[in-house]
Every structure is written in structure tokens, then in C-alpha cells.
Write a protein of this length. Structure first.
Length: 86
């Protein structure tokens, strides 16, 4: 069941409603002032996908650059800080 986002044009309250697709166009009432609310376009899935692609591309570029030293060196894989024994 999809989650729909709404905003009240009167009091600017933002709220979500979980409802079946067949009820997607039904009227939603603001929980704060009982005015008819306006459904918003949800873009969260697109942002997340774009961000994930950008991070993957950046990660690939970092790994694919020329290497002038052996793999597994300390600059590529720094060791954890050493703890002093008492």
C-alpha cells in the first residue's frame, strides 16, 4: 500500500497517509485544521536512486585511477589506530 504526502493550503501542515491505490484520488483532510489538503508529488525514490548512482560512479572513479604503488598499501587501506597497553 503506497504512502501519499499531503500539504494543507491553509495552515501549511505536511502529513502522510497510507492508503490503497484505488483511494489515491480521494479527498484528504488536514489533521490540524480539517481543510481539504493537496496531494504532493513524492520524489524520494528518484533522489535516492540518483544519489546511489553518483556514489557508485565516484567510488568506481577512485578505484580505476592509475596506481603507482602496490595494492593493499597503507595509504589505500589504513590500519586502525593502535591502543596503548597499560
Amino acid at each position: 500500500m503506497p504512502m501519499y504526502e499531503f500539504v494543507c493550503p491553509t495552515c501549511r501542515t505536511h502529513f502522510d497517509e497510507l492508503r490503497p491505490v484505488r483511494e489515491a484520488d480521494d479527498t484528504a483532510w488536514c489533521p490540524a485544521c480539517a481543510t481539504v489538503a493537496v496531494r504532493q508529488l513524492s520524489r524520494f525514490a528518484f533522489k535516492k536512486a540518483a544519489r546511489a548512482r553518483a556514489q557508485e560512479r565516484e567510488s568506481t572513479l577512485q578505484r580505476s585511477g592509475p596506481v603507482s604503488h602496490p595494492s593493499g598499501c597503507a595509504c589505500c587501506f589504513p590500519s586502525p589506530p593502535r591502543t596503548q597497553r597499560a
